[in-house]
Design a protein around this ligand. Structure first.
Ligand code: PLP
Length: 393
């Protein structure tokens, strides 16, 4: 391993995947672990989507696909952007990739030069910072806390901008905080950017449909933002298709072209069967997946209620996604059953080893006071997990 490249040596392992692996290991040792660490819906893929995948196999959709995605899929994506987001993207502005993760990586590689700064309102999704670093960009974290519902204010944005700032990356609904930016809040950020015309925005909207307040707004639809925003989306979360690996962007044409060029040398077009199935998923009316959103909403209320009863848990009210992100810094400096808790990582490890519940440290998301708990689990598991957490605290 001495010969590993600096690039890989300097990269952190995805903390959510690492926690899942650790939980799996303990489970193999016979421990009854409840896993609340992964961002993965626990639903099956809706049958109508499965059917179209089966049909695609029978119809021999088995050759290499166009690098930027099937034209039929890009048309479905264009219609979806129009229908759900009020955005007009031409097919030359859309690129289909192997998961939104690849979409994000493509954009970093296409837009950033070494040393370019990328503002990440923290907490942010784990992979942003390592993807930016892989592209030799410099992540600039803007810390937010529970007092602003974990959202970046216009003043914070203004203060973080330097002559080297090239991009801002954020997700709304946010993984890990569940926060949803309102139209007015996005307009506030857009107002700041008016004075900085060379800064681009990555708006990660993969949790768009998992929104309990009901008014998802794309920043690309705000005045002046369309030409400088990359709208990222995918089917992993809302359609419970994590393993199918399809994500996509709507972007200025030059960025889309760059992503296609990169992808053409690295992965080629995304999986053929999955792409056909995603056409069906995106063409379906959103009410076909409402049952999953309703279920997440119920579980959010359950989890907020139960965690709220634990002294030392300080919670915002997440309006979307399927995570809670409690501030547990009240426990720092305390010793529980012989273990001293100095930080969020200690706390998450303590819960894993003592309560057999897997969560993720907020440090991985750029917030050292919190842990992330995914409620993409059954009500029974959630109740049991929180009862165990309460018992060991
Ligand atoms: N963006 C956010 C905010 C996510 O939470 C995730 C998945 O955890 C992704 C992107 C990646 O999604 P995909 O499965 O499409 O690669």
């Amino acid at each position: 391993s001495n010969h590993l490249s600096d690039r890989i040596k300097n990269m952190s392992t995805s903390a959510t995947l690492a926690m899942a692996a650790k939980a799996r290991e303990l489970r193999n040792e016979g421990k009854d672990i409840i896993g609340l660490s992964l961002g993965e819906p626990d639903f099956n893929i809706p049958d109508f989507i499965k059917e179209s995948a089966k049909q695609a196999i029978d119809e021999n959709f088995s050759s290499y696909t166009p690098v930027d995605g099937y034209a039929e899929l890009k048309k479905a994506i264009a219609l979806k952007f129009k229908r759900d987001n009020g955005l007009d993207y031409g097919l030359n502005q859309i690129v289909v990739s192997t998961g939104a993760k690849q979409s994000l990586y493509n954009v970093a590689m296409v837009v950033l030069n070494p040393g370019d700064e990328v503002i990440l309102p923290a907490p942010y999704w784990v992979s942003y910072s390592d993807i930016v670093k892989l592209a030799e960009g410099v992540p600039v974290e803007v810390s937010t806390g529970i007092d602003t519902d974990f959202k970046m204010t216009p003043a914070q944005l203004e203060a973080a901008i330097t002559p080297k700032t090239r991009m801002i990356w954020f997700s709304s609904p946010c993984n890990p905080s569940g926060s949803v930016y309102s139209k007015a809040e996005l307009e506030g950020l857009a107002e700041v950017l008016k004075n900085h015309p060379d800064i681009y925005v990555v708006s990660d909207e993969i949790y768009e449909h998992i929104n309990f307040v009901g008014d998802h707004v794309s920043i690309a639809a705000i005045d002046g933002m369309y030409d400088r925003t990359v709208t990222v989306n995918g089917v992993s979360k809302a359609f419970a298709m994590t393993g199918w690996r399809i994500g996509y962007i709507g972007a200025p044409e030059w960025i889309a072209k760059g992503c296609t060029k990169l992808q053409g040398q690295v992965t080629s077009g995304a999986n053929s069967i999955a792409q056909r199935a995603v056409i069906t998923a995106l063409e379906a009316p959103v009410n076909k997946i409402q049952y999953m959103i309703d279920e997440f909403h119920k579980r959010r209320d359950l989890v907020l209620g139960l965690l709220g009863e634990i002294e030392g848990f300080n919670l915002n009210i997440p309006e979307g996604a399927f995570y809670v992100f409690p501030d547990i810094s009240a426990f720092f400096g305390k010793t529980l059953n012989g273990t001293t808790i100095n930080n969020a990582s200690d706390f998450a490890l303590y819960l894993l080893e003592n309560a057999n519940v897997a969560t993720v440290t907020g440090e991985a998301f750029g917030n050292p006071n919190c842990i992330r708990i995914s409620y993409a689990a059954s009500e029974k598991e959630l109740k049991e997990a929180i009862a165990r957490i309460k018992a060991v605290l």
